[in-house]
Design a protein around this ligand. Structure first.
Ligand code: SAM
Length: 214
């Protein structure tokens, strides 16, 4: 992800607290109040410029969505897109690091985790930064309801293989695995920015759904 310096971003972000949460303090256990309803909550960790999470929110009004991204210069683009999409009431963007999930959400406050085109961190010494490392799987398990699911898409075969092993070693059950999602594109598939980019170059998109034990 190329980071452009956007000096106007800070002020613009601060002007839209109804859509972009810059500080999650006090939100833990109160996300249903934030949305004003008890609908299920699905989060995307590493939401980037927001195309997926905004598309999901528009397509599924009975689910609440939170797109989490740690870089200001990236999440500001998601904010612009959310405003263009008329600020869906079931969507929030959250500037936060996935490392802090257990401080942001209470146990079992979340119903599903999406990971899309997560940074691969190919070097072994960076393994713990991969969002499908056991350290992160444990964080997701803590905030998910029992039997909660992770839905993961990537163009990166090595990260995909790593994630299959990591999740099964963790005791998760694989519900579906696709080695070429676009060969048989599900009708409800919402493309991410990276998915558009890589699939237009003819690269296969890998996808899995995995469930935590109840
Ligand atoms: N999901 C988007 C897509 O598919 O188009 C963006 C993919 S991009 C390769 C990965 C994004 O995840 C980047 O914007 C990066 O800043 C964000 N990210 C990586 N690690 C993160 C973390 N620990 N917490 C929050 N965001 C993270």
């Amino acid at each position: 992800m190329r980071l452009r310096n956007k000096p106007w971003a800070k002020d613009f972000m601060a002007e839209h607290p109804e859509m972009l949460i810059m500080d999650s303090e006090g939100k833990k256990s109160h996300w249903a109040e934030e949305f004003g309803n008890p609908q299920p909550i699905h989060i995307e960790v590493g939401t980037g410029k927001g195309q997926f999470i905004i598309g999901m929110a528009l397509a599924n009004p009975s689910i609440n969505y939170i797109g989490i991204e740690h870089f200001d210069n990236v999440i500001v683009s998601a904010l612009e897109k959310a405003i263009e999409a008329s600020k869906p009431s079931n969507l929030r963007l959250l500037r936060a690091n996935g490392e802090d999930l257990e401080n942001i959400f209470a146990d079992a406050e979340i119903d599903r985790v999406y990971l899309n085109f997560s940074d691969p961190w190919p070097k072994t010494r960076h393994e713990k930064r991969r969002l499908t490392h056991a350290k992160f799987l444990q964080k997701y398990e803590g905030i998910l309801k029992p039997g909660g699911e992770i839905h993961f898409k990537t163009d990166n075969r090595s990260l995909f293989e790593y994630s299959l092993v990591s999740m099964t070693d963790y005791g998760m059950k694989l519900l579906s695995v696709s080695l070429d999602l676009h060969a048989n594109m599900p009708e409800d598939n919402i493309l991410t920015e990276y998915e558009e980019k890589f699939s237009s170059k003819g690269q296969p998109i890998y996808r899995l759904e995995a469930e935590y034990p109840i």
